[in-house]
Each structure stands twice: as structure tokens, then as C-alpha cells.
Design a protein around this ligand. Structure first.
Ligand code: HSE
Length: 432
């Protein structure tokens, strides 16, 4: 059986999982690749750092040149997070004649056009299944299996850490800080978990999906986003009372030829497939004009699910499938974008609102008046009686009918100025 040499740059959580699969499951991988994949070299930044895997002596070094200058290594898994030095390493690998596999979504979301152009110029390929939704094969599904369709919408849970934190708080009463620490300990969170909980990680993944599914050229930074870091835990309880569960939802949806894009904590109807996605699981609900709705779910973060996607990409690259897909799809090419993003103010939806108000006459009437002025219709109202120690401040929850983000923003601005308001208003999108 033929041998093919591969290498890894970065031996963190995912790199270790990839090395483990290559070293410990060589027979299974050889069967699927039709050749033996030999892990020739692993380059790391810090040789002294303790590792969770014992590699044959001499395999590990801090010298990337041992990979770039070895003509027998054809495929390299770049498993370094962040933008630099990941970008420079990717360019060096491509210049060195290597095909690259990566899980680094931040890198692709920020430098996709530059890196893909360079790979094309050099006749190389970049595979990135692991960059979105960990172990779920969503990149292959959208770019290949669903290619007969015009994709109409994507509603997705794309950050495993946030979903894990929400589940821990809701199901086990864990504190927010403890849940974040547990997500870090389990290898779900990014090195800096801020990117997970503030919606950035989900926005980066959504930018990649929007490019693949809709031909959109969006900077992830321009995607309106809100994370779970500003969520008031009381809203998890109130949402449940109304028959919903709060999920960090990433949405890309065609509306009259424009693309609605946003990431936000959203009330999702209890019992619907997205509401039942728990822990570090991700899910992606895709609607295509021919196929209808398809739903993908699986672990979106963590060592082995992500390593599963990386190794599948290594196999695809070694056997030549990645090169064909890469050439055919012309990803992040200079071609004009097929669709433009809709101004967020024009994005429609219905909303959950929570106001902290003084328990006094005509509060509801005044709020209803402001909403009415913006043509926002109320679907239901819940007000709890003032609790002991609440100093006459009560929560007032309103579910609205369909409106736009712009109208809602104007209404909230006006409501926040009313004299009986005792705290900032909360608004969240609702998905029925
Ligand atoms: N930190 C990411 C998440 C890992 O929690 O989803 C996968 O990109």
C-alpha cells in the first residue's frame, strides 16, 4: 500500500485529536484513503509545553521549515488559532507547495480572499470542514450535496460553548462564571472565550456559510450580533413560561433578493428541533428550494468531533477530492457577490420585550401607545405581581407580532425615556 506523508502545525486541543486519530487509527484511515497516511512531523510554538499525547521521538519540533522544506509532505493540517501567525504560516505552507486543511474560522473569515487567491495561483487547495460546526459535515453538504438547490435560509446554533453554557444554567442551575470555566475545561471554548460568548465566533462561522450558500461577500464584523454575555438569566425563566427556550441563533435568510444576516439570543419555540439542541451540540437548519428543510446536528466543539472533520479533510485532500471541489467552487474569488446584505433596520421578525417598570397606573397603556405609534402590534402580555423586596418594580413581558428591527429600535428608544422605567429594556427576537 502506498504511503503519503502528512504534517500538523499546532498541537492544542484539536491538533492533539488529529494526531491521535492518525497515529492510533492508521488502519481505519488507510482503508478510507486507499493509502497509508504517515504523520511525518508536528510543528509547535513551545516545545516545553506538556502535551496530552506521546509522539515518536523526533516527530515534534518548533521548526516549521521541517515541514515546508520536505517535498514528501503534501498535506498539512494547520491547527493554530487566531490570525497571526496563523495567516503567515498558511501562506508559507502554500508557497512551500502544500495543500492545507484548517479548522481556523477566524482566519478564513478575516483573510479568506487573500488565502484562497494565493492557493489558486499556486494550484493548491484549502479544506476547512472543521471551521464551522465542529464534527457536523456542513461545508460538504452545502457546497456539494445541496448544490442542486438555491438555498433560501439557514438558522443555526453555531457556538458550542454558548449552547453548553445556556444548557448548564437552565438545566442544572450552574452560575454563568462556573459554566464558562467548565466549557474551557472541556476544550469547547476558544483560547479567549470572549469570542464565544459575545457572538463573534458564531458570526465568523455564519460569514463562511453565507459565502458558501448564498455567494455573499460579507465581513463578519459587519454582521449585527449580540452574544449571551449580556443575557439576564431571568429571561431564560420568562422565556420558558411563554413556551420558548433561548438559543444563540445565527440566521442567514433571503428576503426579496437581499440577505438577512444576524446573530442574537433568540426565543425558540419549545419542542422545535433547534430548541432541543443541548450542551455543546450545534445544529443547522437549511432550506433549499428543491430539497425543502434539512436539519443537521452534532457536537460543534471539542477535541474529537473537530478532529473527525479535520482528518476527513486530510483524506479528501490526499485522494484529490478537495482539489476538485476547490477548483470548481472558486471560493472567495474576485467574482462579484451574488447577493448583498439587507440593512439590519429592515430585517423583519417578532420580538420578546421585557420592561422593569414601576407598579403604577397607565404604564401598560403608555408602552402600548409607543409600540402602536411604530405600528407594532402586541400579541400577548404577562405581568407578575411585585415580589417582596422588589420596591414596587415589576417585570412586564410583551410578545409582539411581526415588525422590523428599525421600528423596534425606535420604539425601545422612546420607551426607555418614559418616567416609570426602572431599568434598561430587554428585547430579543422570537422564532416560532
Ligand atoms: N469555540 C468554538 C465553539 C469551537 O464553542 O463552538 C468550535 O469552533
Amino acid at each position: 500500500m502506498q504511503n503519503t506523508k502528512v504534517a500538523i502545525v499546532g498541537l492544542g486541543t484539536v491538533g492533539t485529536g488529529v494526531a491521535r486519530l492518525l497515529v492510533e487509527h492508521g488502519d481505519r484511515i488507510a482503508r478510507h484513503a486507499g493509502r497509508k497516511l504517515v504523520l511525518e512531523h508536528v510543528a509547535v510554538n513551545d516545545l516545553k509545553k506538556p502535551r496530552d499525547i506521546k509522539l515518536p521521538s523526533g516527530m515534534l519540533s518548533a521548526d516549521i521549515k521541517r515541514i515546508t522544506s520536505d517535498p514528501e509532505i503534501s498535506v498539512v493540517a494547520l491547527l493554530v488559532g487566531g490570525l497571526e501567525p496563523a495567516r503567515s504560516i498558511m501562506l508559507a505552507l502554500l508557497d512551500g507547495g502544500k495543500d492545507v486543511v484548517t479548522a481556523n474560522k477566524a482566519l478564513l473569515a478575516a483573510h479568506g480572499p487573500e488565502l484562497f487567491d494565493r492557493a489558486r495561483e499556486l494550484g493548491r487547495s484549502i479544506a476547512f470542514e472543521a471551521s464551522v460546526a465542529g464534527g457536523i459535515p456542513i461545508i460538504a453538504n452545502i457546497s456539494q450535496c445541496l448544490s442542486a438547490n438555491e438555498i433560501q435560509s439557514i438558522h443555526a446554533i453555531l457556538n458550542g460553548t454558548s449552547n453548553y453554557i445556556l444548557t448548564q444554567i437552565e438545566a442544572h442551575g450552574t452560575s454563568y462564571a462556573d459554566a464558562v470555566r467548565a466549557a474551557q475545561g472541556l476544550g469547547y471554548a476558544e483560547a479567549d472565550p470572549t469570542m464565544d460568548v459575545d457572538g463573534s465566533d458564531a458570526a465568523q462561522k455564519l460569514a463562511i456559510l453565507a459565502h458558501l450558500a448564498f455567494g455573499a461577500r460579507v465581513d463578519w464584523n459587519d454582521i449585527p450580533r449580540q452574544g449571551i454575555d449580556t443575557l439576564d438569566l431571568a429571561d431564560l425563566r420568562y422565556a420558558k413560561e411563554l413556551g420558548y427556550r433561548i438559543k444563540l441563533l445565527a440566521v442567514a435568510q433571503l428576503a426579496d433578493g437581499e440577505l438577512e444576516l444576524h446573530v442574537s439570543p433568540t426565543l425558540v419555540k419549545l419542542g422545535s428541533p433547534l430548541a432541543e439542541v443541548r450542551g455543546a451540540y450545534n445544529a443547522i437548519s437549511v432550506v433549499g428550494d428543491a430539497v425543502g428543510r434539512v436539519f443537521f446536528s452534532g457536537l460543534g466543539a471539542g477535541q474529537m468531533p473537530t478532529a473527525s472533520a479535520v482528518v476527513a479533510d486530510i483524506i479528501d485532500t490526499v485522494v484529490g477530492r478537495s482539489a476538485i471541489t476547490f477548483r470548481t467552487l472558486e471560493l472567495w474569488s474576485k467574482h462579484i457577490a451574488r447577493v448583498t446584505a439587507r440593512d439590519y433596520g429592515r430585517v423583519a421578525g417578532r420580538y420578546y420585550l421585557r420592561f422593569s417598570v414601576a407598579d403604577q397606573p397607565s404604564v401598560l397603556a403608555e408602552i402600548a401607545g409607543v409600540l402602536g405609534k411604530q405600528n407594532i402590534s402586541i400579541a400577548s402580555v404577562i405581568q407578575h405581581e411585585a415580589e417582596e423586596g422588589s420596591q414596587g418594580v415589576v417585570p412586564l413581558m410583551i410578545m409582539t407580532h411581526n415588525t422590523t428591527e428599525g421600528a423596534m429600535g425606535r420604539a425601545i428608544e422612546a420607551i426607555d425615556r418614559l418616567a416609570f422605567m426602572r431599568g434598561p429594556s430587554i428585547r430579543m427576537r422570537v422564532r416560532d
